[in-house]
Design a protein around this ligand. Structure first.
Ligand code: NAD
Length: 424
């Protein structure tokens, strides 16, 4: 039966279709007004720029960049900028809409946006990347600003990229404007706690989910896919909180220890060997099978589309905490629901990052910086309240957590649009 219901794989993996499917399901349940539905199913603004850049060898190359602002109804656009050879407008569009829902789920005063430049950072020098970043920023400058649209790092962009954007914007403004981007270096208006924020947010929502199952951290077995920023931080913080991290999965292998891995030692091992495999206090296991281990919590924190209609029935976790964006395809949702897996959807689970980005924007605008403890405490408050709100909404409306999260988000954005009214 599941086989018959499967959409073609290409369609299942399309991020725009994934976002649209969830949007439509929530809009139907909310009986969303047709006009508002039209407004929200399309981006407010889609900018395409062709940016000439002089390469180090003197040649001129032209790169294509996008900035999509999906909705600005609740505040300035918020969303990362990625540099990758396979960036498409469809992908940037989907990710911009995703940001609208994510900001609304945690109720921070931003709309959703996303940007990307089609380029291969592996073959570009640092100076070439700087020139691409600055010219891309200059081309979209009129649409950026602390009150308009506030980019952040994403795939292959980092704090240095944000510093270049901030500087380019500031040069044109004739004064320093730190709040135009988040994810900046600490010395340029960045926030304490930002590097750990997404993983820390995953910890906070997972701790809440454990209560639904009567589990304590000490008897909770966790499998984490991806040992990068999100997965690595989640692993470190969950281990410190007492969870047993029984397996870590990376692109080149997976490591297992039934008693729980020593995450700090595993990090040190990877620093010296370049890989998580061959770790003395763990056993190397098949990376393609590790996601299906018997465990309590599975945290996919590597990439999109890893749980699909082809493998969702093999997941054995009780709780799925989606650290990555879009790790589960829309076609897999019903399979997880039928297995009664408690899903903490990406737009909630990984919203810790954008929440601390919001704190960075607030601190920059205040010109007054918070201690790491203050950042973490305010993050916990937002993540815990958002989790409780979504779970009780799901219970009240007899739906799953993902649909509930989309419903809450859509409702917030739709009511902002209705209260503002349609201008002219
Ligand atoms: P990252 O590059 O720091 O880490 C990703 C890790 O996953 C890397 O170590 C990589 O080797 C590993 N990986 C890649 N392919 C894999 C595979 N097939 N199997 C197992 N491991 C694999 O990236 P990140 O910042 O941690 O982001 C991870 C995901 O979380 C992405 O979907 C991203 O969009 C999402 N996300 C990140 C943040 C953030 O604050 N960094 C916030 C929200 C969402």
């Amino acid at each position: 039966m599941i086989l018959e219901a499967r959409p073609p794989m290409e369609q299942e993996l399309n991020p725009w279709i994934a976002a649209e499917t969830r949007f439509n399901a929530a809009a139907d349940l909310l009986k969303l007004d047709d006009g508002i539905r039209k407004v929200l199913s399309i981006s407010t603004r889609e900018i395409t720029v062709h940016i000439p850049v002089q390469l180090d060898d003197g040649r001129i190359e032209v790169f294509t960049g996008y900035r999509v602002q999906h909705s600005l109804a609740r505040g300035p656009g918020k969303g990362g900028i990625r540099f990758a050879p396979d960036v498409t407008l469809d992908e940037v569009r989907a990710l911009a809409a995703w940001m609208t829902w994510k900001c609304a789920v945690v109720n921070i005063p931003f709309g959703g946006a996303k940007g990307g430049v089609i380029c291969d950072p592996r073959v570009l020098s640092k100076f070439e990347l700087e020139r691409i970043t600055r010219r891309y920023t200059a081309e979209i400058l009129d649409f950026l600003g602390p009150e308009k649209d506030v980019p952040a790092p994403d795939m292959n962009t980092d704090a240095q990229t944000m510093a270049w954007i901030m500087d380019t914007y500031s040069m044109h403004s004739r004064h320093t404007v730190t709040a135009v981007v988040t994810g900046k270096p600490l010395s340029l208006g960045g926030s304490l706690g930002r590097p750990e924020a997404t993983g820390r947010g995953c910890l906070f929502v997972t701790q809440q989910a454990l209560k639904q199952f009567g589990l304590t951290p000490e008897n909770t077995r966790v499998v984490i896919q991806g040992f990068g920023n999100v997965g690595g931080m989640a692993a470190r913080l969950m281990a410190r909180a007492g969870f047993k991290i029984i397996s870590i999965i990376e692109w080149d292998g997976a490591v297992f220890n039934r008693q729980g891995l020593d995450i700090e030692k595993l990090m040190a091992h990877r620093r010296t060997t370049g890989s998580i495999t061959g770790f003395a206090e763990g056993e190397d296991i098949d990376r393609d099978e590790a996601m299906f281990l018997d465990c309590d919590v599975l945290v996919p924190a590597a990439k999109e589309n890893v749980i699909t209609s082809h493998n969702a029935d093999r997941i054995r976790a009780k709780i799925l905490c989606e650290g990555a964006n879009g790790p589960t395809t829309a076609a897999a949702d019903s399979i997880l629901a039928a297995k009664k897996i408690f899903v903490i959807p990406d737009i909630l689970a990984n919203a810790g990052g954008v929440t601390v980005s919001y704190f960075e924007w607030v601190q920059d605008r205040q010109g007054y910086f918070w201690s790491e403890d203050q950042v973490n405490a305010r993050l916990e408050e937002i993540m815990v309240n958002s989790f409780r709100n979504i779970v009780s909404y799901a219970e009240k409306h007899s739906t799953d957590n993902r649909t509930a999260a989309y419903m809450v988000a859509l409702d917030r954005v739709a009511s902002a649009i209705m209260l503002r009214g349609i201008y002219a």
